[in-house]
Design a protein. Sequence first.
Length: 280
Amino acid sequence: MRKIDKLVQSFVDQASKEGFELFLSPGAETLRDFSQINSVVFFQAKNGQLFKLRDDYTTSVVEFFNKNASDSLRVWYSGFVYRYDQTGQIQNTFQLGLEIVPYNSPQDSFVVLRVMLESILRSLTDELLVEIGDSRVIEKCVQHVPKKFRKKLLELIDRKDVSELEFFASLNNLDLSDVLKLVEASFTRRGVNQLKEFELESYIEREIVEVVEFLSGFPGVTVEIDFSLARTVEEYDGPTFIFFDLKDPALIAAGGRYRVNENALGVGGTIFLEERAWSR
């Protein structure tokens, strides 16, 4: 059996045991927000109407929850998403994920992590690096930065290029001293025993410790702290995580807790596989 087949089978079995139900959404939907035109893959139908190809499952789950005023959602999904890469080429990525809305307690995060970890460890690899971050830590460091600089700044933080960050700060007359400390710490202070050095709010530190302790119970999983994880950080609200396959070096999953609306949070995770993985 191919690894991808084992992964899907294991994932669906684990998700079903935890009470998740299949979530279905169209691969193409009406393009209503025209500010997205430069970032999403879209096409024009014969009648002139514009449609965008699905670029993210979590967004569809959140929109469904808010539109239907559901009491709760506990769903899993699988399918392709379509995005532009840095060269402007369309990339097809297969996603396998799950979401819990609303978020009620750390146990919801543990359920999401357990389904993902057990599926991956049984089918793809037995050596994983899980990096834990927290969107609130980065937000505190950049809260004084004007919004027009935020997107570029988050990209630079994610690349961990200290010299480029220093140039960006000088060019735009920005104080990025806290950001630079965070990025530099991502190279030297990655253990949970070093959390005190970050002077975190007590409730943030407590949440991080709980997640690390939970993950540490899985054989083959190495856990490290990296508060400079800035991938789509503005969409998150709390702990975030990314999974690296250590045997066949690749980023294979990501997720965390996010804002659904003014009154609710959600938590989810997605395993994403590029063509080299799913076409074999």
